[in-house]
Design a binder for this molecule. Sequence first.
Ligand SMILES: Nc1ncnc2c1ncn2[C@@H]1O[C@H](COP(=O)(O)OP(=O)(O)OP(=O)(O)O)[C@@H](O)[C@H]1O
Ligand SMILES: [Mg+2]
Length: 261
Amino acid sequence: MTTPLIEAVDLGKSYGGVVALRDVSTVVRGGEVTCVLGDNGAGKSTLIKILAGVHQHDTGELRIEGESVRFASPREALDRGIATVYQDLAVVPLMSVWRNFVLGSEPTRRYGPLRLLDRNRAREITRKALDDMGIDIRDLEQPVGTLSGGQRQCVAIARAVHYGAKVLILDEPTAALGVKQAGIVLRYVVQARDRGLGVVLITHNPHHAYPVGNRFLLLKRGAMLGAYDKSEIDVSELTRQMSGGAELEALQHELDRVVSP
Ligand SMILES: Nc1ncnc2c1ncn2[C@@H]1O[C@H](COP(=O)(O)OP(=O)(O)OP(=O)(O)O)[C@@H](O)[C@H]1O
Ligand SMILES: [Mg+2]
């Protein structure tokens, strides 16, 4: 088998006295989706912040294409092809769609001794990249803040694909979305995967993870509750594990007692 894009081996991380992550391992391969599931505070964001260079791990090892690394900044992770789309999206809401799209990679043209933003070229790049992924946003002058949550996620995915990311990390891209919009975002997740990117998809929702995922990492209070390849688990078992299985059954029992006369 080829070397994974990312290998996390027994990663651990504390914030002061709070252990946010303990001995967590997973792999991310090109053309596959690794799903990270878990309840609030499970450590999902902490894990991806380590992969994205926002935080450093205290223990364990992070390997990128076989090489042991410790990113000092998000820029370093990005330079290794790891693009992250955060839930609160790092976009400038008042800037146009195209301006956001080329942010940090602006095409320029010479004007005497000056280099100026080539607006027309930037619009073309954005239009083509969105068209390539089948994303329909009519008005590129529209401020990004006026797009729907789903549209914003789609633009962010197209941007990562366009600028040549190898790994695309999505932190709860479907959390705030309705059923239809979530479906559309998941379709672009699949497109990114089919273009050979390794995708890390964080979600609370096993019904969003299961259809697109190749492997599932379940976290609970910073530790691994389980790790499964798709062939090893079905959606109902994944749901059961996510909801704490036995705990939920006990709660159901409790509720039945309270509700019934
Ligand atoms: N910067 C920080 N400083 C201190 N504690 C933190 C920090 N970030 C996270 N934590 C703690 O680490 C634990 C894991 O948090 P994390 O954000 O990784 O969870 P999560 O799985 O992403 O949760 P959610 O579903 O709510 O986004 C929590 O107990 C949280 O309070
Ligand atoms: Mg989180």
